[in-house]
Design a protein around this ligand. Structure first.
Ligand SMILES: *[C@@H]1O[C@H](CO)[C@@H](O)[C@H](O)[C@H]1NC(C)=O
Ligand SMILES: *[C@@H]1O[C@H](CO)[C@@H](O)[C@H](O)[C@H]1NC(C)=O
Ligand SMILES: *[C@@H]1O[C@H](CO)[C@@H](O)[C@H](O)[C@H]1NC(C)=O
Ligand SMILES: *[C@@H]1O[C@H](CO)[C@@H](O)[C@H](O)[C@H]1NC(C)=O
Ligand SMILES: *[C@@H]1O[C@H](CO)[C@@H](O)[C@H](O)[C@H]1NC(C)=O
Ligand SMILES: *[C@@H]1O[C@H](CO)[C@@H](O)[C@H](O)[C@H]1NC(C)=O
Ligand SMILES: *[C@@H]1O[C@H](CO)[C@@H](O)[C@H](O)[C@H]1NC(C)=O
Length: 455
């Protein structure tokens, strides 16, 4: 996924101007209703595009070319977040079915159709979506636990840590025939760090904590992370002696959230310092010294962001919003960044049936085209959705853990162990969300399930 730079030859939408005469999306960052309403418009635009592609016979859980498989993973992650943060559960069964259809081999999000683009970071983008589903108690069929899928993803990746070169770390690619097999990158290792930290928080299993510590330390030893700046990757044929120093918002975000969770679980001063360091270093993505609106520094102002890179800021927004939750001491600074960015994001979106968004949150006159998800800007609409709905985390119900956690009452513990799918059916069910609900849910979901069951 990340870094298919140069492979794609499609024209970049770095030309057309603003669509005039349409109303922009309104957003009052101090009003929960206003935030939800803006998020609803953006989520609707994404789901419309998904519906259109399904009508053209596309497979459940995918978006058409030029969107790689990983991007569908982050988009469904966002839609799970949307349901949880806004209480709008109308898409739950659609989302649940999409995830189930892409489970693939080892029940670990490795669908055989995707082997040509299936790197470790691609797989973990889906694993993290399932993790979100587990944390919010997302609807699922009776024979499936979201957390089992996450554990399977984690187990497959833990086994792939390669000690033959660079002292450890994950390679970018899983399969030897894919370009990038000899590259150890921050997105794969950062996602694994985050997945380990989220699993540790969810399950309380110290194996995940150990791996989170290990991969974080390795990232620093090798220089993928240095002075809280996160760099793209290094060639393992050179034993990672030369690091590619390009910085991306997405990789920065996943390391930041991972560190925030490590702080959350340990309260340790060294993790406090780490979170502060990452938040401070994120200023490299600020539009200007005095303007905290986030830009994709490596490619935004020079017009070179490719399709993948145009979806990175949404990952940054999601992970920073969640970092603020786990590390409350950083929430003030993060909140300023996200509020300014959300206002910037909607200022370059138009509302209407299908919202159109542009990449540049900081420059309403940028040359990046404004377009709907259906018309080429899935990444931009996704970015806007994540940064807008991220503002709702402080007022959302607590995320759940295997022991219930959260603020809600009843709960039956989900799996926290180390195995494959707990039961029965070897193929995913496409019957949607009308199954059991493992843990306590926010009431709107319960109502939605009841409605579905009665159809
Ligand atoms: C997409 O399709 C689903 C299921 O058919 C439906 O519930 C939903 O309203 C549709 N959404 C949009 C935005 O078209
Ligand atoms: C794999 O591709 C086939 C043929 O297009 C399709 O029917 C199937 O649903 C795909 N499987 C997944 C998991 O995407
Ligand atoms: C490769 O890098 C690792 C980690 O920095 C180091 O421990 C190891 O000695 C290096 N191996 C060679 C052959 O240089
Ligand atoms: C903080 O210290 C603990 C205990 O020594 C260690 O396991 C962990 O990796 C350290 N974290 C950082 C960010 O240095
Ligand atoms: C914050 O970041 C700036 C610029 O990267 C750096 O000069 C400064 O030392 C950092 N401060 C802390 C406390 O890390
Ligand atoms: C850990 O995160 C939760 C929110 O998930 C928060 O309520 C709690 O205060 C955090 N713990 C610490 C030590 O900051
Ligand atoms: C902890 O997680 C590891 C890795 O998934 C697993 O092998 C182990 O069985 C788990 N331990 C417990 C007590 O669940």
């Amino acid at each position: 996924m990340f870094g298919h730079t140069g492979v794609l030859s499609l024209a970049l939408p770095f030309l057309v101007g603003r669509v005039v005469g349409q109303t922009g999306i309104q957003l009052d960052v101090s009003s929960t209703d206003s935030i939800k309403s803006a998020a609803k418009s953006l989520a609707g635009g994404i789901v419309s595009f998904y519906n259109e592609t399904l009508q053209k016979d596309l497979t459940l859980g995918l978006f058409p070319d030029p969107y790689y498989w990983w991007e569908a993973g982050i988009v469904f992650n966002a839609l799970i977040g949307y349901s949880y943060l806004t209480g709008d559960s109308q898409y739950d069964s659609l989302i649940s079915e999409a995830l189930q259809h892409q489970i693939g081999d080892h029940d670990a999000f490795m669908p055989p159709n995707q082997t040509k683009t299936l790197g470790n970071d691609d797989q973990s983008s889906w694993g993290l979506a399932a993790m979100t589903a587990a944390e919010v108690g997302f609807p699922k069929p009776a024979n499936l636990n979201w957390i089992d899928l996450v554990v399977n993803v984690w187990n497959t990746q833990a086994e792939r840590i390669d000690y033959a070169t660079c002292g450890g770390g994950l390679k970018w690619q899983i399969f030897t025939f894919n370009n990038g097999y000899n590259y150890k990158n921050s997105m794969s290792n950062g996602n694994f760090f985050l997945l380990s930290a989220r699993l540790a928080k969810f399950t309380g299993n110290s194996t995940y904590t150990q791996y989170a510590n290990q991969i974080y330390k390795w990232s620093n030893d090798i220089g993928l992370v240095s002075d809280f700046h996160v760099f793209d990757g290094a060639d393992d044929k050179k034993n990672c002696s030369q690091v590619n120093h390009i910085q991306w918002t997405a990789a920065h975000g996943v390391y930041t959230e991972g560190a925030a969770l490590m702080f959350n679980m340990t309260g340790a001063q060294n993790w406090t310092d780490t979170v502060n360091g990452f938040v401070n270093a994120s200023s490299v993505f600020q539009a200007t010294k005095d303007n905290p609106v986030i830009i994709e520094t490596a490619c935004e102002n020079n017009g070179k962001c490719d399709v993948d890179q145009r979806a990175f800021k949404g990952i940054f927004a999601r992970t920073m919003a969640r970092a603020a939750l786990a590390a409350p001491f950083a929430s003030g600074t993060i909140s300023k960044i996200l509020s300014a960015s959300a206002q910037g994001a909607v200022s370059v979106c138009t509302s209407g049936g299908k919202p159109s968004c542009s990449l540049s949150w900081a420059d309403a006159d940028s040359k990046w085209e404004q377009a709907s998800a259906s018309d080429g800007n899935l990444g931009e609409v996704y970015d806007a959705l994540e940064v807008v709905q991220g503002l709702l985390y402080p007022s959302a119900k607590s995320l759940q853990t295997a022991n219930g956690g959260g603020s809600s009452s009843s709960s039956s513990a989900t799996q926290s162990g180390g195995a494959s799918r707990s039961s029965g059916a070897s193929s995913p069910q496409n019957t949607g969300a009308a199954g059991t609900i493992a843990v306590s849910l926010i009431s709107v979901l319960v109502v939605a399930i009841a409605a579905m069951c009665s159809v």
